[in-house]
Design a binder for this molecule. Structure first.
Ligand code: ADP
Length: 259
């Protein structure tokens, strides 16, 4: 364990935008030193500049989470700079929607391509595996770690046009349950946050009518904000959340309850 006056060290993947950016900022405000990993290098650097300007400690790195060698090198750089890794927030994600088969006038006119399926699996599922595998040896050595990974409520109830994304996000829940069993004895917890509908760039392509209906089906009557999700990450990342592992926390304004 770190002494009380040395900061906890957290990594946020996909920390350059949306939920990841909000989480990186909130962690820094709470006193963590934050490594912002993102494929979008400039976005990561902007987040680090904002944190540094506010008096926090952060470093940026271009990382493609789908590449194990990128994740391993980035984890080594965090250890070299800070000496430990306390928290991993697996947040990087992509969508490439498409129906399993697209039917028009009774005819099959298209389908989700194998590449489309694989791309989302590589980032959203294998990326979580890669980053976790890269940090866990350090966490085992220090007998402390918090792994929090992002699923989605769609993993629980499915979603039209998202075979790839739902497969990846359901897989994150499954992997986390395995890691909770395998790593608990080393002081490492592994949990999942399952966001509902959150107002970020990922939902920009959703038609107005669909957005309206999504809000109508959310008991609290609004879309989520990145900070709503960041708060859940911070709760599960906390040292005191040591008896919570293998859990999936829906943060969705109640939408998963159905109507
Ligand atoms: P949301 O915040 O709703 O999850 P965003 O699209 O705003 O969605 O954020 C996802 C982040 O993940 C982006 O900053 C994006 O650059 C990052 N990202 C996407 N693919 C990768 C990848 N292969 N490796 C690292 N980061 C990635």
């Amino acid at each position: 364990m770190t002494s009380t006056n040395s900061p906890r060290i957290a990594i946020v993947t996909g920390g350059g935008n949306g939920i990841g950016r909000a989480t990186a900022r909130m962690l820094a405000d709470a006193g963590y030193a934050v490594a912002v990993w993102d494929l979008a290098e400039q976005a990561a650097e902007e987040v680090v500049s904002a944190i540094t300007a506010a008096g926090g400690v952060a470093i940026a790195r271009k990382v493609d989470v789908s590449k194990p060698e990128d994740c391993a090198a980035a984890a080594a750089a965090v250890v070299e700079r800070f000496g430990r890794i306390d928290v991993l927030i697996n947040n990087a994600g992509v969508v490439r929607d498409g129906q399993l088969v697209k039917v028009k006038d009774g005819q099959v006119v298209g389908q989700m391509s194998a590449e489309q399926f694989q791309f989302v699996l590589d980032v959203c599922l294998k990326g979580v595996f890669n980053c976790t595998q890269a940090v866990v040896p350090t966490m085992i050595a220090q007998k402390y770690g918090r792994i929090v990974s992002t699923s989605s409520v769609v993993a629980l109830y499915g979603n039209f046009g998202q075979t790839n994304y739902v497969a990846a996000k359901a897989g994150v829940i499954g992997m986390t349950r395995v890691w909770a069993r395998e790593l608990g004895r080393y002081g490492i917890t592994a949990n999942v946050v399952a966001p509902g509908f959150v107002a970020t760039s990922m939902v920009e392509s959703i038609p107005e009518k669909v957005l309206k209906s999504m809000i109508e089906h959310t008991p609290v009557g609004r879309a989520g904000q990145p900070d709503d999700i960041a708060r859940a990450y911070l709760f599960l990342a906390d040292e005191k959340s040591s008896f919570i592992t293998g859990a999936t926390l829906s943060v969705d304004g109640g939408s998963v309850l159905g109507t």
